[in-house]
Each structure stands twice: as structure tokens, then as C-alpha cells.
Design a protein. Structure first.
Length: 77
């Protein structure tokens, strides 16, 4: 038995991390959130949870995370 089962649906690889990281960077930067703050950690946790549940489109991820955290990007910009 392999230590890693890359075919498992819950496998989180480098490509998955790149998508989540790019959305995280956009959201935290635009909202003025320090990435290492508690709010940054909440945003990261929501991103990963949504991604694992099937929200893979970066624009959709951004919108849902902003909504979940009450971030109004029109005011943040």
C-alpha cells in the first residue's frame, strides 16, 4: 500500500495550494487583512474548506469567502 494515494478526492496537492494561495493573497490584500492575523487564518480555513467541497473556480472562491467574512470589496478598494 502506498503512503500517498493521489487519486483520493481529499488529496490536496501543489496545484490546489496555488489556487487557494492566489485567492488568499487577493482577498487579504484588498481587504487590508494581515495574512498572519486571526482574520487571515479564518480566511485561509474557509478557502481550504470551500475548495475541498468543490468550489474550485478562483473567482467564485473569492466571492464566497468575501461574503462569508463580510468583506465588501467595493468599500475595501
Amino acid at each position: 500500500m502506498n503512503a500517498f494515494d493521489f487519486e483520493r478526492p481529499d488529496y490536496f496537492g501543489a496545484a490546489d495550494l496555488r489556487v487557494c494561495q492566489s485567492v488568499f493573497d487577493v482577498v487579504t490584500s484588498a481587504a487590508g487583512v494581515e495574512p498572519t492575523s486571526e482574520e487571515g487564518e479564518r480566511i485561509a480555513a474557509i478557502l481550504v474548506q470551500l475548495y475541498r467541497r468543490g468550489v474550485k473556480d478562483p473567482d467564485r472562491l473569492r466571492v464566497v469567502v468575501e461574503s462569508a467574512r463580510g468583506i465588501n470589496m467595493s468599500k475595501a478598494a
